[in-house]
Write a protein that binds this ligand. Structure first.
Ligand code: NAD
Ligand code: IPM
Ligand code: MN
Length: 358
């Protein structure tokens, strides 16, 4: 198959983990005879430095011509005091909005060989396999913002249609998985949450095969790490989903292994790790590339329908962990940490048995 992919490395460790994931993508292309055509463009701080714009028109145009987008991460201290319109994060928010990528899928799977890297007890973290479905183009992130010296506000606003489509998406996913859906809100306080809960109740009639529960976000924050095995699909709004997904990464042992897919109703999608640009470790070549490599697997699966290729990447990453190879974020008790490149070499050697690292 021929596919066009726009690659947006971004800032901090973004370029490092993206380079690793692109190497894996190329090896998959070679092994399965796919023609992956890659084009690079700027986003975030890198784009501000070069074009004075966190999401230049050229970047949007290239993404429009593509079948999928692979993104590293944006942001860093260099731009933290910039005015709102010149913040790297705005580039990310704009690309999500421009392409209407309303559904952010954040799978959280416990790799058996990483259980010792999690601060949670083995019996709590093992066998966890859940999917956070985060609404990505609405809510408090995109409502009207105001600020003067005395007052500031961010409007949390959701339309019926915005809630319906993400909830439908979550029901469909739950149906394909273990048939359980937990909707997370703050309906004891927020009107947006009350509408959200009402719509989940309405939609539930169409999915009698899915078991639905409603939970308040504060208690889910607690239950998610005390009893993560309880969850299958968790659907929630933009803000709650952001927070709960970083929290859920604790189950797996590191934020550095959580991938994500930002999709809409056709096959186009944007794929990025859940983590950020990790400025304090950027430039050292020690970042964990697993989250971005697994995001490539999600791209193959969700945008290109390449199930076998996606499974092969997941298998390779899992085998490297099983063999006891970890980057610094996962290493335990004086074990040797692999660099980003060394870890990637191991993954590639799993996929292409003729590969020899230099
Ligand atoms: P972060 O996710 O960058 O880092 C949180 C912690 O996890 C840090 O200790 C970091 O070293 C570690 N970490 C993250 N990814 C790692 C990896 N792949 N390997 C090893 N360790 C890893 O969050 P932060 O520090 O709060 O934010 C830093 C910057 O990133 C901010 O500018 C923020 O706005 C931005 N950010 C961007 C995205 C994105 O582009 N999608 C996501 C989150 C944060
Ligand atoms: C994420 C990030 C972004 C978000 C930021 C960088 C805008 O934290 O992708 O999880 O809040 O959505
Ligand atoms: Mn986040």
């Amino acid at each position: 198959m021929e596919k066009k992919i726009t690659v947006l490395p971004g800032d901090g460790i973004g370029p490092e983990v993206v380079a690793a994931a692109v190497r894996v993508l190329k090896v998959i292309g070679k092994r399965y005879n796919h023609d992956f055509q890659l084009g690079y463009a700027a986003i975030g701080g890198a784009a501000i430095d070069q074009f004075n714009n966190p999401l230049p028109d050229e970047t949007i145009a290239m993404c429009e011509q593509s079948d999928a987008v692979l993104l590293g991460a944006v942001g860093g201290p260099k731009w933290d005091n910039n005015p709102a319109e010149l913040r790297p994060e705005l580039g990310l928010l704009k690309i999500r909005k421009t392409f209407d990528l309303f559904a952010n899928l954040r799978p959280v799977k416990a790799f058996p060989s990483l259980l010792d890297s999690s601060p949670l007890k083995r019996e709590v973290a093992e066998n966890v396999d859940l999917m956070i479905v985060r609404e990505l183009t609405g809510g408090i992130y995109f409502g009207e913002k105001k600020r003067d010296n005395e007052e500031a506000s961010d409007l949390n606003i959701y339309t019926r249609r915005e809630i319906e489509r993400i909830v439908e998406n979550a029901f469909e996913l739950a149906r394909l998985r273990r048939g359980k859906l937990c909707s997370v809100d703050k309906a004891n306080v927020l009107e947006t949450s009350r509408l959200w809960r009402q719509i989940v109740e309405e939609k539930k009639e169409l999915y009698p095969d899915v078991v639905v529960e409603h939970n308040l976000v504060d208690s889910v924050a607690m239950k998610l790490i005390t009893n993560p095995g309880h969850y299958d699909v968790v659907v929630t709004d933009n803000m709650f989903g952001d927070i709960l997904s970083d929290e859920a990464s604790v189950i797996t042992g590191s934020l550095g292994v959580l991938p994500s897919a930002s999709i809409r109703s056709d096959s186009f999608g944007l794929y990025e790790p859940v983590h950020g640009s990790a400025p304090e470790i950027a430039g050292q070549g020690i970042a964990n590339p697993a989250a971005t490599i697994l995001s490539v697997a999600m791209m193959l699966q969700y945008s290109f329908g390449m199930k076998e290729e996606a499974a092969e990447i997941e298998r390779a990453v899992n085998t490297v962990f099983e063999d006891g190879y970890f980057t610094a974020d996962l290493v335990k008790d004086g074990g040797r940490a692999l660099t980003t490149d060394e870890f990637t070499d191991k993954v590639i050697a799993e996929i292409d048995t003729s590969f020899v690292a230099d």
